[in-house]
Ligand binder design. Structure first.
Ligand code: 5AD
Ligand code: SF4
Length: 438
């Protein structure tokens, strides 16, 4: 290698799969690696990290085939190191390096604070593996968020990890481990650091965020964050119906910084299936819960997750899901075909014919799309508040998010990135709204 190359900052390419918690982890990993600048092409990189997700089938196979595609890049750049992080790293561990020797580094979601030492090790030509659930708290070992350049006004902030619920279909309790919450003071400090970098909105993340218990409840944490100067908006995701306590519901009424949007997965509308899923709630209790939330915050935008074709799901069970969707009227909903995860209880149950499951998924998605679009249309003529996140492609156009999480295009905007502005919605499109400032 030439001297100039070794003195130039090295380039880091991270490919992120899966959920928002992985997006957050990727950001923190990038911030922790000193001497690297980000690049958005793998071909340029001196370090490639695949931050993986294990929630659905074939996740590991997809990672192996991606690694197979990346391997030839090592011949072009002998400095290139390749790492696998996230939930597939946790689940597969050493097997990854055994099956794909081009991999230098494997690190699980709980130990990525050790990445700088691991990077130093792989630079000496060795491999590094760490899939511990360490005693120490990774967040105490990562650098603060304050040092770097200004960043986008909306940020994720992980406050809770892991899950104790053991839904019968889900690998999360196995890959991410038991529920752990970050201390409230640590979260507030990080929010303050983000605000110093230009952040105006945080979305608090957790696999079961409303089970948060970092010395405070989630409602208490939200009220603490609402007092942070310069932090204008708070959201949280993803929640379990059984952890929606009265105080959290009250926070939706009494804390203006808490946005009127709630992602509350129910998975199915059939009690028979909910029982088999080990959800520990019924369709009726979920509907009553939403009623209660709407009684204090009538405009709250509901969002949910659904699994179609869960083992032993009949047409009548599926119809119960469709009925529940009709009753709730979702602004957003994510629906998935059931995916068998070895090691989970549902994997042992009689499976639904995949063609049948596909057909149900299509029907559910059509219903959800209709609902989503009707709600967007109902926004036309209404006033919304929008956090401006970036400039649009056309002159004078700005893009941002409404309080209900709709993407909004504002034409002839005077507002700048980071401002929260009042707008009037002029048109609903499939995935966004247009608006003018008022
Ligand atoms: N198959 C299909 N969907 C799943 N999810 C979790 N596990 C599975 C699985 N085995 C979905 C659930 C969850 C979302 C994050 O992913 O709907 O809420
Ligand atoms: Fe998985 Fe259920 Fe835990 Fe959500 S609540 S992470 S679906 S086990």
């Amino acid at each position: 290698m030439s001297e100039t190359k070794s003195q130039a900052p090295k380039k880091l390419f991270i490919k992120t799969y899966g959920c928002q918690m992985n997006v957050y982890d990727s950001e923190r990993m990038a911030e922790s690696l000193e001497g690297y600048v980000p690049t958005d092409t793998a071909e340029d990189a001196d370090m490639i990290l695949l931050n993986t997700c294990h929630i659905r089938e074939k996740a590991a196979e997809k990672v192996y085939s991606e690694l197979g595609r990346l391997k030839p890049l090592k011949a072009l750049n002998p400095d290139l190191k390749i790492g696998v992080t996230g939930c597939v790293a946790q689940a597969e561990g050493e097997e990854i390096i055994r099956r794909q020797p081009a991999v230098d580094l494997v690190v699980g979601p709980q130990s990525y604070h050790r990445l700088p030492q691991m990077e130093a090790r792989v630079r000496t030509g060795k491999t590094a593996l760490d899939t511990d659930f360490p005693e120490e708290d990774k967040f105490n070992h990562l650098k603060g968020r304050g040092q770097k350049a200004r960043r986008a006004p909306a940020a994720f902030l992980t406050v809770q990890e892991g899950c104790d619920k053991f839904c019968a279909f889900c690998v999360v309790p196995y890959t991410r481990g038991a529920e752990v919450s970050r201390p409230a003071e640590q979260v507030v400090r990080e929010a303050q650091e983000l605000v110093e970098r230009g952040v105006r909105e945080v979305t608090l993340l957790g696999q079961n965020v409303n089970a948060y218990h970092g010395g405070k409840t989630l409602a208490e944490l939200i009220r603490m964050l609402a007092k942070v100067d310069g932090l204008e908006r708070i959201r949280y995701t993803t929640s379990h119906p059984n952890d929606m306590d009265d105080d959290l519901i009250a926070a939706h009424a009494d804390t203006p910084e808490l946005m009127p949007y709630l992602h509350l997965p129910v998975q199915s509308g059939s009690d028979r299936i909910l029982k088999r899923m080990n959800r520990k709630h019924t369709a009726e209790s979920y509907l009553r819960l939403i009623e209660k939330i709407r009684s204090v915050r009538p405009d709250i935008m509901m969002s949910g997750d659904f699994i179609v074709g869960f083992p032993e799901e009949t047409e009548a069970d599926f119809q119960a899901t469709m009925d529940l969707v009709e009753e709730v009227n979702y602004g957003y909903a994510y629906s998935f075909k059931y995916s068998t995860r070895p090691g989970t209880p549902a994997a042992e149950r009689p499976q639904v014919d995949p063609a049948e499951a596909d057909e149900r998924l299509q029907r559910l998605q059509a219903l959800i799309s209709r609902q989503q679009y009707a709600i967007q249309e109902s926004m036309v003529g209404r006033e919304l508040s929008v956090l401006i996140e970036r400039a649009g492609r056309q002159d004078g156009q700005m893009l941002g998010k409404s309080e209900y999480l709709h993407s909004v295009h504002i034409d002839n905007a005077t507002a700048q990135i980071g401002d929260v502005v009042r707008v009037r919605c002029t048109r609903a499109m499939t995935n966004s709204l247009t608006a003018v400032e008022v």
